[in-house]
Design a binder for this molecule. Structure first.
Ligand code: F3S
Length: 72
């Protein structure tokens, strides 16, 4: 299983992650992304049916690699 969170320090609000994986990522009032299922705490397992979206978002976050993915 995967766990994910956004590195809010390096996110440049490009918006790819939420477009790619709308069930996983949303944006705060400044457009900075966060993992919405656990408010970016980096604790919650990503459901299996969203894993592909997650990996697409990770790959699509340019140029900062702010979508963090941890395999447990
Ligand atoms: Fe930020 Fe990357 Fe998403 S720059 S808005 S984490 S695609």
């Amino acid at each position: 299983p995967y766990i994910t969170c956004i590195d809010k320090e390096t996110c440049i609000a490009c918006g790819v992650c939420g477009a790619t994986a709308p069930d996983l990522f949303d944006y705060d009032e400044e457009g900075i992304a966060y993992a919405k299922r656990d408010r970016n705490k980096g604790e919650e397992m990503v459901p299996v049916h969203l894993e592909e979206d997650l990996l697409d978002a990770e790959e699509g976050c340019p140029p900062t690699g702010s979508v963090r993915v941890f395999r447990r």
